[in-house]
Ligand binder design. Structure first.
Ligand code: 13P
Ligand code: ZN
Ligand code: NA
Length: 283
């Protein structure tokens, strides 16, 4: 069965490594990610955005992930990524998700606390992990001035208060990364990760994993990040492989054929991230 992501993330935090959380959008992507985890004997988190939940349906996604988990000998969790809709969170938990993110980070601190605590309460009863966010992950641009940037990143004291007030088991603090591929290099506030990890015992989540140079990912993990989300790079790898098939054979019309190189490419991309996370052999 699918497992909660709480134990695998706590083990990662204690062990100084990281668990990869991979955004998947199709059955082939889900299968390829699981195959990579099995090959490397790594726990894995499969995750879907709200957009993917609406595209496929939470029950279809949970059913496919459950089949993967039932066949697999590595721990597999299914996580709902960035959701601010309480009802959708409850629907996903009912469908079988074992981890959910309540992203109330655009709201003021007190409102974020209130919404997160509410999700923690329902999720706890179901044995489901909860991730919440403090600060703003996506909005940190290269050309932003230091004071403004500072205001967007998570404050270590607030992180401590937030975890205490909500009881949230997993925290995603904004530390300078952004979703998508960076224009230049990300400007990660490494010292902030260290200070947050000192004040907060729960596993910390690194968002915006695509495009971060490997040595910077390793430094984030060393300083206390225990989950890394990767979405954009996987979409690109998968789509590029399909484009390559059609470029050389525009008449191809069999999904069972044109999906094969995409699956293989995704499997390799996920395997590379698992190795980077240091979770190979931890299953
Ligand atoms: P990337 O698209 O940059 O990999 O970010 C993924 C993410 O943070 C999903 O929550
Ligand atoms: Zn994210
Ligand atoms: Na990114």
């Amino acid at each position: 069965p699918l497992v909660s992501s709480t134990p695998m993330l706590q083990a990662a935090r204690a062990g100084g490594y990281c668990i990869g959380a991979f955004n998947v959008h199709t059955l082939e992507m889900l299968q390829a990610a699981v195959e990579a985890a099995e090959e490397l004997r790594s726990p894995i988190i499969l995750q879907t955005t709200v957009g993917t939940v609406k595209h496929l349906g939470p029950d279809y996604i949970a059913a496919a992930a459950t089949v993967a988990a039932n066949r697999s000998s590595v721990p597999i969790a299914l996580h709902l990524d960035h959701c601010s809709d309480f009802d959708l969170i409850v629907r996903c938990i009912r469908a079988g998700y074992t981890s959910v993110m309540i992203d109330a980070s655009p709201f003021p601190f007190d409102e974020n606390v209130r919404l997160t605590a509410k999700v923690v309460e329902v999720a706890r009863a179901a044995g489901v992990n909860v991730e919440a966010e403090l600060g703003k992950v996506g909005g940190v641009e290269d050309d932003i001035v230091v004071d403004e940037r500072d205001a967007l990143l998570a404050d270590p004291d607030e992180c401590e208060r937030f975890v205490r007030l909500t009881g949230v088991p997993t925290l995603a603090p904004a530390i300078g990364t952004a979703h998508g591929i960076y224009k230049g290099e990300p400007r990660i506030d490494f010292d902030r990760i260290r200070r947050i990890a000192e004040r907060v015992a729960v596993p910390l989540v690194l968002h915006g994993g695509s495009g971060i140079p490997d040595d910077q990912v390793r430094e984030c993990i060393r300083l206390g990040m225990s989950k890394m989300n990767v979405a954009t790079e996987l979409r690109i790898v998968f789509s590029d492989a399909i484009k390559a098939v059609f470029a050389s054979n525009p008449d191809e019309n069999d999904p069972r054929k044109y999906m094969v190189p995409a699956k293989q490419a995704l499997r390799e991309a996920v395997a590379a991230k698992i190795r980077l996370c240091g979770s190979a052999g931890k299953a």
